[in-house]
Design a protein around this ligand. Sequence first.
Ligand SMILES: C[S@@+](CC[C@H](N)C(=O)[O-])C[C@H]1O[C@@H](n2cnc3c(N)ncnc32)[C@H](O)[C@@H]1O
Length: 223
Amino acid sequence: MSSEERVKYWESAWDNGRTQWHASVVNFALQSFGHLLLPSPQRRVLVPLCGKTVDMKWFYDNGHSVVGIEGVEMPVKEFYEENGIPYTTEELPWGKLYKSKDQRIQLYCCDLFQAKPEVLGKFDAVWDRGSLVAIYEEDRERYSQFMKAVLAPDFRYLVNLMQYRPNEEFSGPPRNVPNELVLQLFGDVCELQVLETLKWSKEEGPWYDYGMQEVVALLTPKK
Ligand SMILES: C[S@@+](CC[C@H](N)C(=O)[O-])C[C@H]1O[C@@H](n2cnc3c(N)ncnc32)[C@H](O)[C@@H]1O
């Protein structure tokens, strides 16, 4: 699959306002477990497939440096504009980089699989929400290789998973990502600790019928 094909679905989602995943408030998992993800100040945080999540502003306001990767340009621009953060841009051979003036929020507009780990550097923390669950099945192995290439030795990786009964009507995104799959992808270098399991109620959406639950898990270096 080419980068254009990979991002096409998402471009159309942004263009047509099919962005029900985007929230106007900081994700509950960060409110509850942010201290486990960021045990000390001034960390470098990676937000893969970031959209324009306000979680990035939360990291920034808490003094951390943020790098996001997003394939569609519209949300990247809107992130800076909606949060009143002045920015500059830089063309790269594999995408476009948006930077706040103080450089503490840098968003790469590119297909994640075009981003260069050696340019991004290492991250103390990863916030993976709507990311691993959005990746195409055939790209999962590459995704985990990419993430492992950018983890600092003492990393913390907080992931929000969606889990539901496989069925014929709905296969995502969000895709079903059981804990075992995370261990298959990351278990060679990570330990997984489930922090919270939140079963969706009927009011929370159409996927209740498939037993939808959100799982918040922390990945840390394997001892
Ligand atoms: C489900 S949304 C989640 C956004 C964000 N993490 C949040 O919590 O609001 C997935 C995002 O990933 C972007 N995306 C999907 N595939 C991508 C890829 N291969 N490279 C970069 N961005 C991608 C989409 O444009 C979309 O904004």
